[in-house]
Write a protein that binds this ligand. Structure first.
Ligand code: CA2
Length: 143
């Protein structure tokens, strides 16, 4: 099984600011944990981050035929992007939405996700654990 992890805007800043919300780990730290867990499970991982909506759209489109499951922390684009939602539908790869924070316990504008309705499930609020839980969930949604 191959799992593509995509990370959206500003997640490259993890570990540098707002540790009370997002924790102290960097995205590279999280990637290391995901890769270690994946290795133990025999799962292949591709792990990427972009600040650009179009690049994320390109990567989601390319997931068709190259990944079994898409795990997406779309960050702020979660709440705004019809383009990411349409790309997930077009790719027809089972997708899991994840967040470090519990978006429902935060500002009202974070409560709505445009991508959640086209994902198989949503995991949020467990910090870096959301990524590890998504790896477990990937085994439940892959065809
Ligand atoms: O909780 C999550 O994982 C979010 O996707 C993070 C996004 C936020 O817009 C979503 O509502 C929830 C923000 C990522 C920005 O991360 C930063 C980390 C450190 C410093 C500044 C931003």
């Amino acid at each position: 099984m191959k799992v593509l992890f995509l990370n959206g805007p500003n997640l490259n800043l993890l570990g540098t600011r707002e540790p009370e919300v997002y924790g102290r780990q960097t995205l590279a730290d999280i990637e290391r944990e995901v890769r270690a867990r994946a290795l133990a499970r025999g799962i292949e991982v591709d792990f990427r981050q972009s600040n650009h909506e179009g690049e994320l759209v390109d990567w989601i489109q390319q997931a068709r035929g190259s990944a079994d499951v898409l795990v997406l922390n779309a960050a702020a684009y979660t709440h705004t992007s019809v383009a990411l939602r349409d790309a997930i539908v077009a790719a027809a790869v089972p997708a899991i939405e994840i967040h470090l924070s519990n978006i429902h316990a935060r500002e009202e504008f974070r409560h709505r996700s445009l991508v959640a309705p086209v994902c198989r499930g949503v995991i949020c609020g467990f910090g870096a654990g959301s990524y590890l839980l998504a790896l477990e969930a990937a085994g439940m949604v892959s065809a």
